[in-house]
Design a protein around this ligand. Structure first.
Ligand SMILES: *[C@@H]1O[C@H](CO)[C@@H](O)[C@H](O)[C@H]1NC(C)=O
Ligand SMILES: *[C@@H]1O[C@H](CO)[C@@H](O)[C@H](O)[C@H]1NC(C)=O
Ligand SMILES: *[C@@H]1O[C@H](CO)[C@@H](O)[C@H](O)[C@H]1NC(C)=O
Length: 269
């Protein structure tokens, strides 16, 4: 991979915003694994591989369950920290950051309020995660690689074409798990490896350090939504400052898109 020419940096920086969003691009699972169809194929029509949600994980799948548990524990600790710093506040959406010593990167946290119940939001983000490209422009597709059990799955997101021949697309492969504690749903995710979804030369594989959607009911029937994200898009160090800015924008866009979509969910299944 050749470094991008400096002149193209500004043009591509916003595009890069989507790299950080886990809710990022992906492809139509129907024709997986390779070659991956472009964003146009995956755009309006992603496919789920439901696997067998009710089955208990086999011993060989336990490591995924453990990864999910461990990501959840880390995110819970992050949320309890009192040194989150507000970096952006816009139209009811707040973004904060916190430097993570373990990963030597910032954790980002967005917060907003959604007009739907916590159950409905959880249901959408867990059981219809592949549908996110239909409501969120930051995402061009999602593939559910495997539902390992009721509460653990492997999913892959692939970044959109960066519009430059010098920049490869990113993909992220993560294990997701949900946890229900004191009325709050946590859908946590962290990078993993899976035999059925190896990286390939077409994509640079980014990584997610423990990240999470946090969905809490409010007394007024609305839902407090938080997204914690710690992503490494494996970009050149000199581009990192640009990406940090782009990332904040992408988190705002995602929260705004979910907020707009939420009231429409009651009617969907
Ligand atoms: C998605 O694909 C299914 C089956 O291939 C098809 O029936 C459906 O019309 C497609 N939906 C869209 C929005 O393209
Ligand atoms: C799967 O989750 C549902 C609730 O969403 C629960 O009723 C069911 O018992 C769970 N199945 C297993 C095998 O854990
Ligand atoms: C919340 O959504 C419902 C539709 O489900 C709508 O009737 C209501 O006006 C919305 N409330 C607010 C405050 O936006």
């Amino acid at each position: 991979m050749v470094p991008p020419p400096v002149g193209s940096m500004a043009l591509t920086s916003l595009r890069f915003a989507s790299l950080f969003l886990l809710h990022d691009p992906v492809f139509d699972g129907a024709s997986a694994p390779s070659p991956f169809p472009g964003p146009a194929d995956g755009l309006a029509n992603s496919t789920v591989h439901p696997g067998n949600p009710d089955k208990t994980p086999s011993p060989s799948e336990d490591p995924y369950v453990e990864q999910g548990e461990s990501a959840f524990r880390e995110v819970k600790q992050l949320l309890e920290k009192d040194d989150w710093e507000t970096v952006e506040e816009e139209d009811g959406i707040v973004v904060k950051k916190h430097y993570n010593d373990k990963y030597k990167r910032y954790d980002y946290l967005s917060e907003t309020v959604l007009n739907a119940s916590a159950e409905v939001i959880f249901n959408e983000l867990w059981w219809h995660y592949e549908r996110s490209p239909t409501w969120n422009a930051e995402t061009t597709g999602v593939e559910i690689i495997k539902r390992i059990s009721n509460d653990t799955m492997i999913a892959r997101v692939i970044s959109a074409d960066q519009g430059s021949p010098y920049i490869t697309r990113r993909d992220f492969l993560s294990v997701y798990s949900w946890h229900h504690v004191d009325d709050t749903f946590y859908i946590c995710y962290v990078s993993t490896e899976f035999p059925g979804a190896p990286s390939n030369e077409e994509y640079t594989r980014g990584s997610h350090n423990p990240s999470c959607f946090v969905i809490s009911p409010r007394a007024d029937g609305f839902t407090a939504f938080r997204s914690v994200l710690n992503a490494d898009a494996k970009v050149y160090a000199f581009l990192e400052p640009i990406f940090r800015v782009a990332m904040i924008r992408a988190m705002i866009n995602y929260a705004a898109a979910l907020r707009e979509y939420a009231p429409k969910l009651e009617g969907l299944s």
